[in-house]
Design a protein around this ligand. Sequence first.
Ligand code: BGC
Length: 475
Amino acid sequence: MSSTANANPEVIFRLTKDFAFPISAYDDLVNQFISELHEGLNYEQKMPMIPTFVYELPTGEEKGVILSLDLGGTNLRVCRTTLFGGGNFDIIHKKWTISDALKKGPGSELFAWIADRIGEFLASDCHGAVHEDDKKYPLGMTFSFPCEQLDINVGKLLNWTKGFHGKDVIGKDVVKVLQDCIDAKNLPITVNALINDTVGTLLATTYKHPGCEVGIIFGTGTNCAYLEDQSQITKIRPDSANFTSHTGHQVINTEWGAFGNVSGALPSNDYDRYLDSRSSQPGKQLYEKVVSGLYISELARIVLHDLAKHGNLFVEGASGTPKTDAELGDLAIKERFDGAMMGGIEADTSADLQAVGNHFQTMYNLKTSQSDRETIKYVCQLISARAARLSSVGIAALIKKRELLSKPHQVIIGIDGSLFNKYPNFRQHLEGALNEIFDAATVTAKISLINAEDGSGVGGAIAAYLACKALGLQA
Ligand code: BGC
């Protein structure tokens, strides 16, 4: 933690207590997590634990050129992946930020917009890969929201997360909704695989690192997919439609963001409860709300706003003078402080924290004292360190549930997402917590956390490839 020598000690003491997550709490939380993983496989409660209809992982020798799209929490990407075999691939993509209007508007408009972007990509980036003939090209759809899968290319949207609202699509098969929009634009595309981004991360990591059985996202949202023995998935009846059991395994999309919804097991303070009550899904995605980028930056904004309203920030010497919302400008508005900014604050290691001061001056027109800047950085550190430590709980639970440490090989875990890839010290805190849960020697010797390279885009392509292979078609 950085220096708080000039900050108000009472404020620092209270915040430290509010966001504490002591080592002694790990074991209970990991055990609770394991029991929610088990329950989700048996009866559909608590954690969704969705069977994905992905029965096998790639060998790394798959070859072909395949299209995919990746609808995440922040961006849409349309990609063309070339799989070379030998674990090598090349990917080109176009990326668009999903506007607030699209996130909050009807789902039909979002999907029509996606089809337009696919058309744009085909026209500009697919010369030579897509020809003007009757052939329809397979496309893997990586969709970062909970869907109940009924087959590899059929998935009903259970609910939106991460601030998306399009109610008209909830309960519908998102592949069909997209395919209808694609057909309406006469694009030569068949969406033949639907996967979650965590499944994409798993497939992409396995392509390069055979033996990987777990894919995780720590980004705008959080989630995990892993390879499970079918005998453990007791909620699937062997006579269920589209069920096959030729491999004895199936990838499960845990939707672990829902951990703690029912059990109330997660640490929670007044700020957490306030954030939850003002979210689009109160009482839902509680693990995601303490772990992922969208929510932890909002949590930091809520804390800073509260400190300022109580005269503990931006007071220029007159400590105790509360700031009004009008004076605080955008800092008083929901989600006007994002993960990139929060990470930027933590990246400022200078003694006078000039970059922190500049952010607040430019973004909110607020002047900061040394005490303010130290407090702001400390708030960000407290919240992101708790998020990283809580992230390790999910990983540890999965490793224990699958008894991965007792297997002879290395435990390879593919991880993607901006928090893990870019956020200062997130990975270090997460690994530090794993060292406390297991022990440092075991973690170093047995567990490899691999930075998944473009998991969602490549993973979507591999899923489309595997779906074609299962049908005896050429990708
Ligand atoms: C969604 C998951 C997704 C995760 C990471 C969550 O909000 O429910 O489906 O995998 O975000 O993108």
